[in-house]
Design a protein around this ligand. Structure first.
Ligand SMILES: [Zn+2]
Length: 275
């Protein structure tokens, strides 16, 4: 027998269900998380072999495909000159240390990113790619200069704990190359590292590199270039660096974020150091 009280409870439950369902749908629309699912990725690898460009494809390709991305892999910078391909690309991942970018390749890459294609990578594959190309460096927002002491123990400090890329990640220590870089002071820095002479002086480093104790240099940043999103992390001299959960987590989150330039509203990533 259904009592009045039960009817009343059922009625409230129905209303509550309807409300929560709507809220859920609404919430999904508003808070859509960056995702690689269905995204078209162009993965360009090559350049200096010391950074293991081919191995980096082996590490990342399965992860990208497991998340539902359609990945095309190229061992040539000419991928950037294929207008049709670039128009259809959501994210470019580049692991190409040193080398040269021709005028046509630069123009193709610039055009794609200005139109909303993301550009992401790590270490020298994005941050030490084309040393004589200032237009490329402007797009990335930084350029490698030195790694005093080679592979050293150092701490990566998460300086932006609210950004979805670094949220929940704690500071961590690792042994790898600590990149000393030139940085565009307007990029949005998410993590930094502090240089300490004691960590490398025993290896016979001399001169100016011994005088940078206390220097704080960004490790992870994001920025916009036109409609495109650019994500960079300086960690990754060794592919085993990505075995550190925090490193891989930030990298994958950064790739997802950078893939959304054509689909999500632009964020203000300008965070000027000098005001
Ligand atoms: Zn390196």
């Amino acid at each position: 027998m259904t009592t009045l009280k039960t009817k009343h409870t059922l009625w409230i439950a129905t209303l509550l269900f309807a409300f929560l369902s709507q809220w859920h749908v609404h919430g999904q629309k508003v808070n859509k998380k960056p995702s690689l699912n269905g995204k078209n990725i162009v993965f360009v690898y090559g350049g200096w072999k010391g950074h293991k460009p081919a191995e980096s494809v082996d590490v990342f390709l399965p992860k990208l495909e497991a998340e539902g991305a359609n990945v095309k892999v190229f061992n040539s910078l000419d991928a950037y000159t294929d207008k049709e391909l670039m128009d259809d690309t959501d994210l470019i991942i580049q692991t190409w240390t040193m080398g040269d970018l021709s005028k046509e390749q630069l123009n193709g890459l610039k055009r794609a990113v200005l139109n909303g294609t993301g550009l992401a990578g790590w270490h020298g594959g994005l941050g030490d790619s084309f040393r004589n190309n200032i237009q490329y460096q402007f797009m990335v927002g930084g350029q490698f200069l030195s790694h005093p002491g080679g592979q050293t123990e150092h701490i990566v400090k998460i300086t932006n704990k609210k950004d979805p890329i670094t949220k929940g990640i704690k500071d961590f220590q690792l042994k790898t190359e600590q990149y000393y870089m030139l940085i565009d002071p307007n990029v949005q820095v998410l993590a930094t590292t502090t240089f300490d002479r004691d960590s490398y002086k025993k290896k016979g480093e001399a001169g100016i590199e011994n005088k940078i104790t206390g220097s704080v240099i960004p490790v992870v940043w994001k920025k916009n270039y036109g409609k495109g999103r650019v994500f960079y992390s300086s960690i990754g001299h060794n592919m085993t660096d990505f075995n550190i959960p925090q490193v891989m987590k930030m990298q994958m989150r950064g790739l997802r974020w950078a893939s959304e330039g054509k689909y999500m509203p632009a964020e203000n990533t300008i965070s000027p150091v000098y005001k």
